[in-house]
Design a protein around this ligand. Structure first.
Ligand code: ADP
Length: 436
């Protein structure tokens, strides 16, 4: 028999024994019922007294000791004490854990902010409070009402959280990386990147200044070389070296032009708006430029599947598209084909350049947009490439919220596609969509 069952048996036996005693005393005194009633009243009184002590202890359990009782009440009180101890232990552990989390997040060099699905602040650590000037009273408020930076608002709105956004709320530059979790909640990791940004600034300025300083002397050298090359009295033995010097000077001019272009794009804002651009007209001009080159692939086709206009900075878009077309022309033999395509769908508008040229091995594709990255440095130099073209393309596309997709098969050819989001389509022109 288990301990609990035993206690219940004892209690039942005790009630019966008390009742029997009551009946006996009542019988001896001449009233059985009065004897039984008096015994049961005493028994009930004892229960009530114990219940009262238990109730008083439960109300003051943090300072008083549990009441001393036997039998069933003793069992019940022992169980309550056990439950109470267990609860206190779990509570202490929980509080300890919370304190540890609080201390460790406070020690984090990065700011952490937790937002709910409505973008309202749920919690933040001390570093976030310092970097974003948040106060306790801001809990429950929308973060975009407190942090009024257009770049940050756009970042939250677009919901593309693969990379962080850089904002400058005061003298500091902050990088904010959003990490979605749960059902629409967001974790914001905030980091002070002022030092990196300043170093980057110095690097960009240095490249821009050095390129600028190199341009003038190089223009003079190239000019003299051209004059010399046209001189009919020039010693025939010098003609070869001078032609080579001209070619090298031309390459340096291209390099400096691309470096300056990249610095210019990098120096301006991260996101640009721009004006509606007539892409079909631009593609017709690009086609003409390729056909005017002394050597070019035989066939250059242009497919215009949509008349939508692209919203962007025309000079930059021209530079990006021209770089892609130029590459296709450079890396495609004369009996090859280049195809330019412009189309729109529910994902946005798209421009692609497909060539039947040498193609690119798969392992190089992820690195093509790095500065000075070349698959075959010898061939690139031969074709006058600076290794900066795709870097420029990538930068321009990023500033327009667009992405570059590269597909290629060595020996078969490549397709470079620029995907622009739907908000880049100029309003009011969709109905003009035509198949050309
Ligand atoms: P480059 O000025 O050397 O052409 P880019 O940045 O424009 O520099 O291109 C980087 C490298 O990518 C090139 O050196 C070349 O190896 C490769 N590449 C780019 N476009 C093509 C293409 N259409 N076909 C084959 N290879 C290409």
């Amino acid at each position: 028999m288990s301990v609990e069952t035993q206690a219940w048996w004892y209690a039942a036996v005790r009630v019966l024994a008390a009742a029997a005693l009551g009946v006996l005393v009542g019988w001896l005194l001449g009233n059985v019922w009065a004897g039984l009633a008096a015994t049961l009243a005493l028994y009930l009184g004892w229960h009530l007294a114990t219940l009262y002590r238990l109730d008083r202890w439960l109300r003051h359990r943090s300072i008083a000791d549990p009441p001393d009782a036997r039998g069933l009440w003793g069992e019940v009180i022992a169980q309550v004490v056990r439950l109470h101890r267990r609860k206190r232990y779990h509570k202490q552990r929980f509080v300890q854990l919370l304190r540890q989390i609080d201390r460790s997040t406070a020690a984090l060099p990065d700011g952490v902010v937790i937002l709910d699905a409505g973008r309202e602040i749920v919690w933040f650590n001390r570093t976030a409070a310092r970097l974003l000037h948040l106060r306790r009273a801001d809990i429950g408020l929308r973060i975009d009402n407190l942090l009024r930076q257009p770049a940050f608002a756009r970042y939250l709105e677009l919901g593309r959280f693969e990379s962080p956004v850089i904002i400058q709320p005061d003298a500091r530059f902050l990088s904010i990386q959003a990490v979605p979790y749960g059902e629409g909640q967001l974790l914001l990791l905030v980091r002070d990147v002022s030092r990196q940004m300043r170093l980057e600034e110095v690097r960009k300025d240095f490249v821009a200044n050095a390129s600028h300083e190199l341009r003038s002397p190089l223009t003079v050298i190239a000019g003299y070389l051209e004059t010399l090359a046209q001189d009919p009295t020039l010693d025939p033995g010098l003609q070869g070296p001078i032609a080579e010097m001209r070619r090298q000077a031309e390459r340096m001019m291209t390099l400096i032009r691309d470096l300056l272009e990249l610095s210019r794009i990098e120096a301006s804002e991260e996101h640009v708006e721009g004006e509606p651009i007539d892409v079909p007209a631009m593609l017709a001009l690009l086609r003409k430029d390729v056909l005017e080159r002394p050597r070019h692939p035989r066939e250059i086709r242009v497919h215009i599947d949509s008349a939508v206009r692209l919203i962007g900075v025309e000079s930059e878009i021209h530079s990006a598209f021209a770089n892609l077309v130029d590459n296709a022309a450079k890396y495609t033999p004369e009996d090859g084909t280049i195809e330019l395509r412009w189309w729109a769908d529910e994902d946005g508008c798209h421009f692609s350049v497909t060539d039947t040229g040498i193609g690119i091995p798969a392992e190089h594709i992820p690195r093509l947009t790095e500065r000075f990255y070349r698959v075959d440095p010898g061939r690139s130099r031969e074709t006058g490439g600076s290794g900066l073209g795709l870097s420029i393309v990538n930068h321009v596309l990023q500033r327009h919220g667009a992405t570059l997709e590269i597909e290629s098969t060595p020996g078969r050819g490549s397709t470079f596609t620029c995907h622009f989001p739907p908000e880049r389509i100029a309003a009011g022109r969709e109905e003009n969509t035509v198949g050309v």
